[in-house]
Write a protein that binds this ligand. Structure first.
Ligand code: ARG
Length: 480
C-alpha cells in the first residue's frame, strides 16, 4: 500500500495524525474491495444514464476503476478506508473527473451496500459448503443403514440405534441452519445505495437501477434506515451461531466416538503430542468445536456495538463489520474440513455392534415388548428396571410383580428378540426412527430437500453472476 499522509476525503486537515491507523478500516477492507469497485461502477453508470454526470466523465471514471481493480487492493494508497482509497487513486489517475464519482452518495450508503454485496456472496459460499457436507452425510448414512451403534442420553448408554440415524440427526439440524441462511439472505439482498449520508439527495438518481445492476432483489426504502441498520449482521451472526453449534455437536460426538475407538479419524485430521509418541489426537475436531466461540464473539460483538446507537450513521458501525468476516471465514473452513473428516473416517462396525447393548440399552425394547403383550407400560418399566439383561431374570421379576408367569403373555422368543441389539433397532420403525427400513425412507426424503436447496443456491448464485456480467457490460459500453 502506498504511504501518503492523507487521502482525498480528509485532505491535510483531517489526515488523522497519530490516530490515522486507529481511524482506518483498511486492515479489513480487502473483504469489500471487489464489491466496492462494482458498487462504484453501478453508481457511475446510473449517474451517466440519468445525465447527472457527462458520458465523457463516466468513461474516464469507469476506465480508471477497471485499472484500479486490475492493479489490486495492495496498490491502493493508504487512506481512512477503502472508499477514500479508491477515490484518491481515481483522482490520482484521471484527475478532476474522478471527483465526480461521489456525486449523490456518501460513504455511509456505499459501505452498507458493499458489506451487503460481499456478505451475500459469503453466505452463498457457506450454504454451498454446508450442502456439500450434507451430501457427504447422506452418502455415509446410505452405507451405514444396518450399522448398529450405541445411542446415548446424558452420555450414558441409552438405546441402540443405527449410524445412519445418528448421521441423519445432523443432516436435519443442518437443513434448518441452511433454511436460516436462505431466509437471512433475502433480507441482506437489498440495496441501501442512493441513500447518501442518511437524508437522501437532490439529484434525480435511480435507486432501482443501481439495485438491479448490483443484483439486489430490491431497495431499502427509508434512507435513514438504509445507512443506520445493521440488523442483517446480527441475524447473520445468529444463524452462524446456530450452525456452529451443529458443527460443535457433531465434532464432540466424533471426539467421543474416537475416544471409544468406534471411529478412526484419518491421520490428516488428527495431530500428535510433542512428548507422548503414541498419541493421535482429534485436534481438528476440537478446533471446529471451538469455532462456536468465534461465532458467539461475532454475535455479542455485533449486538454490543449496535445497542444504543443514535440515528443515523456513527463510526461505531465500522467496528461491527470485522466480526462477521471472522465468522464467515471460520465457518466456511470448518464446513469444508468437517466434510473431509466424515468422508474419510472409518467406522468400527464390529465394536459398535458389540457395544450397542452395553448398560442394558435394550431395556426399553423389552418393556415395549411386554407392553405390546398387554402389560401396562408403567408395570413393564418396573419389571425391567429390577432385571438384569437376560430372559431368566426378566421372567422371574415378571412373576414376582405380576403374580403370574411371563409366558402366559409373551413368548421367550419375543423377549430374546428385544434383547438382541439388531432386532431391538429393527423394531423401532416409527416415522423418523432408526430401523434400517425407516432410515432408507428418511434418506430419500432428505435427498429431495438437498436437491432443491442446491437448485436454490444455484439460482441465487446465477442471479449475482448475471447481474455482474450485465453491470460490467453496461459500464464497458461507456469505454467505446
Ligand atoms: N469505513 C467506514 C465504515 O466502515 C465507512 C463509512 C465512513 N463514514 C463516515 N461518515 N465516516 O463504516
Amino acid at each position: 500500500m502506498t504511504n501518503n499522509s492523507h487521502d482525498i476525503i480528509g485532505g491535510t486537515r483531517f489526515s488523522g495524525g497519530s490516530a490515522r491507523s486507529f481511524l482506518s478500516s483498511m486492515d479489513v477492507d480487502h473483504h469489500i474491495f471487489e464489491a466496492d469497485i462494482l458498487v462504484d461502477l453501478a453508481h457511475v453508470t446510473m449517474l451517466a444514464e440519468e445525465d447527472i454526470i457527462s458520458k465523457t466523465d463516466a468513461k474516464a471514471i469507469i476506465d480508471g476503476l477497471f485499472s484500479i481493480y486490475e492493479a489490486g487492493f495492495e496498490h491502493l494508497p493508504s487512506a481512512e478506508d477503502i472508499h477514500a482509497a479508491i477515490e484518491t487513486e481515481l483522482v490520482n489517475k484521471i484527475g478532476e473527473a474522478g471527483g465526480r464519482m461521489h456525486t449523490a452518495r456518501s460513504r455511509n450508503d456505499e459501505v452498507s451496500t458493499c458489506i451487503r454485496y460481499q456478505l451475500r456472496n459469503d453466505i452463498l459460499s457457506l450454504i454451498n459448503s454446508v450442502l456439500s457436507l450434507q451430501e457427504v452425510i447422506l452418502s455415509t448414512a446410505k452405507n451405514h443403514t444396518t450399522t448398529i451403534i450405541p445411542g446415548f442420553t446424558h452420555l450414558q448408554n441409552a438405546q441402540p440405534t443405527t449410524l445412519s440415524h445418528w448421521l441423519l440427526s445432523y443432516y436435519s439440524s443442518l437443513e434448518r441452519d441452511i433454511q436460516r441462511f436462505f431466509d437471512v439472505y433475502n433480507r441482506i439482498n437489498l440495496s441501501p445505495l442512493g441513500s447518501a449520508a442518511f437524508a437522501g439527495t437532490p439529484f434525480p438518481i435511480n435507486r432501482e437501477k443501481t439495485a438491479t445492476l448490483l443484483g439486489f432483489s430490491g431497495i431499502i426504502e427509508n434512507t435513514m434506515d438504509a445507512v443506520s441498520s445493521r440488523d442483517f449482521l446480527l441475524e447473520s451472526a445468529a444463524s452462524l451461531c446456530s450452525l456452529s453449534i451443529t458443527f460443535s455437536n457433531i465434532s464432540n460426538d466424533l471426539i467421543f466416538y474416537s475416544n471409544k475407538n468406534y471411529v478412526d479419524i484419518d491421520d490428516d485430521y488428527a495431530s500428535t503430542s510433542s512428548i507422548m509418541p503414541q498419541k493421535k489426537n482429534p485436534d481438528t475436531l476440537e478446533l471446529i468445536r471451538a469455532a462456536s466461540a468465534t461465532t458467539l464473539a461475532t454475535f455479542s460483538g455485533t449486538f454490543a456495538t449496535l445497542k444504543g446507537l443514535p440515528r443515523a450513521y456513527n463510526r461505531d458501525l465500522q467496528s461491527a463489520t470485522p466480526y462477521i468476516w471472522n465468522s464467515t471465514e471460520k465457518m466456511l473452513e470448518s464446513a469444508n474440513i468437517l466434510s473431509k473428516i466424515i468422508e474419510t473416517s472409518i467406522w468400527n462396525a464390529e465394536l459398535l455392534l458389540s457395544s450397542a447393548g452395553d448398560g442394558f440399552s435394550t431395556a426399553t425394547g423389552v418393556a415395549d415388548t411386554l407392553t405390546m403383550a398387554g402389560i401396562p407400560f408403567r408395570k413393564a418399566h418396573q419389571i425391567v428396571a429390577k432385571s438384569e439383561s437376560n430372559y431368566e431374570d426378566i421372567a422371574s421379576n415378571f412373576n414376582t410383580i405380576m403374580g403370574s408367569p411371563m409366558d402366559e403373555f409373551c413368548t421367550q422368543d419375543l423377549i430374546e428378540s428385544a434383547l438382541d441389539p439388531i432386532k431391538n433397532v429393527n423394531m423401532r420403525d416409527s416415522l423418523g426412527g432408526p430401523s434400517p427400513r425407516i432410515v432408507l425412507d428418511s434418506i430419500s426424503n432428505a435427498k429431495i430437500g438437498l436437491d432443491s436447496n442446491f437448485k436454490l443456491h444455484t439460482t441465487y448464485k446465477n442471479q449475482i453472476e448475471q447481474s455482474k456480467e450485465e453491470l460490467i457490460r453496461e459500464a464497458r459500453a461507456y469505454l467505446k
